[in-house]
Design a protein around this ligand. Structure first.
Ligand SMILES: Nc1ncnc2c1ncn2[C@@H]1O[C@H](COP(=O)(O)OP(=O)(O)OP(=O)(O)O)[C@@H](O)[C@H]1O
Ligand SMILES: N[C@@H](CCO)C(=O)O
Length: 293
């Protein structure tokens, strides 16, 4: 059995805890029942001894498998991880979603993507990463009475993501403590109207307005100050022709949307100026969670 989940970029500027999209960088897990429990990791996290035992995936998997089957069973898990951890590319969402989907698959229970998404909300209270992780594409999402309500837009292949991944982790829980406890009415209206315009731009494929629409007054500045090079990353991305350039999730990665034909030039410029950071050109992902027997 194989389950794979894409990386995600959340917020997209003003859409704090609401907007997110999926990119083609995946964590894959293969698993089967076994006499003994075992975990093997290839790629991201392979040198992290803490992940070899009862990691976030294993604890959520066991919780759901035991609930669904009322049985205990050992599994052999092999993880092929591409999503860097605590860099704002939705590594925790990918793990949460893949653990819930894997437990259902292992228990032989068919489950809808919507149900998996609602289960995932128990472990990550904001829906902006878990929704594109499950659904793929661009998503606007909200939570009402413990359920995620979302709308998806398929992303065309003539636009690409250029991500700049710093060598510094930024833990989401800590990054949330950097934000103000309240916002002025003026700033709330600013973010609300920019979020609304961003959603309309994505659905109408009006990419040129995203530079303006993706401006934010809620979270980016406070977080970017912890890694001031990110202001330079954003400036360089825009000077090189990016359509939008925003802090990815709670950081530290910076996400830019670009036309395919500009992607190599923009990525090269960013690599030259920020040689200490990893720069990747990625396709957008429209599939989200994939489960294979
Ligand atoms: N491959 C993995 N295996 C097990 N646990 C993981 C894995 N990837 C991430 N995690 C867990 O998720 C935590 C990182 O979550 P965090 O929310 O800080 O980062 P993120 O999800 O990458 O960022 P963001 O939510 O801003 O996109 C790690 O500390 C670890 O507990
Ligand atoms: N909306 C979340 C995304 C990170 O998980 C935040 O910015 O804190």
């Amino acid at each position: 059995m194989t389950v794979s989940v894409p990386a995600t970029s959340a917020n997209l500027g003003p859409g704090f805890d609401s907007l997110g999209l999926a990119v083609d960088l995946r964590n894959v897990v293969e698993f089967h029942p076994s006499k003994f429990f075992s975990v093997s990791i290839k790629g991201e996290g392979e040198n992290n001894p803490k992940l070899k035992g009862n990691n976030l995936f294993v604890s959520i998997f066991n919780e759901h498998y035991n609930r669904l089957t009322k049985k205990r069973q050992n599994f052999k898990f092999t993880f092929y991880n591409q999503i860097p951890m605590s860099r704002g590319l939705g590594s925790s969402s990918a793990v949460i979603v893949s653990a819930i989907a894997s437990a259902h698959e292992a228990a032989g229970i068919n489950v809808s993507k919507r149900r998996i998404l609602n289960h995932a909300l128990v472990y990550e209270s904001h829906p902006d990463n878990i929704t594109p992780a499950v659904m793929g594409g661009f998503n606007a999402a909200t939570v009402e009475k413990g359920k995620v309500f979302s709308q998806k837009k398929h992303l065309p292949d003539y636009i690409k993501a250029v991500v700049v991944i710093p060598n510094k982790q930024m833990n989401t829980a800590r990054a949330r403590t950097l934000l103000p406890k309240s916002y002025s009415k003026e700033n709330a209206i600013y973010n609300l109207s920019h979020t609304a315009l961003s959603v309309a731009a994505f659905f109408n494929e009006d990419w040129e307005i995203l530079k303006l629409a993706s401006q934010d007054r809620f979270h980016q500045k406070a977080r970017m100050k912890t890694l001031p090079e990110l202001f330079g990353v954003q400036k360089t991305a825009y000077e090189s022709g990016a359509l939008m350039s925003t802090l990815s999730g709670s950081g530290s990665t910076f996400f830019s949307m670009v036309y395919d034909e500009d992607s190599v030039a923009i990525a090269n410029k960013l690599s030259q100026k920020f040689p200490e950071f990893v720069v990747k050109i990625l396709d957008f992902d429209n599939d989200g969670l994939i489960v294979e027997k």
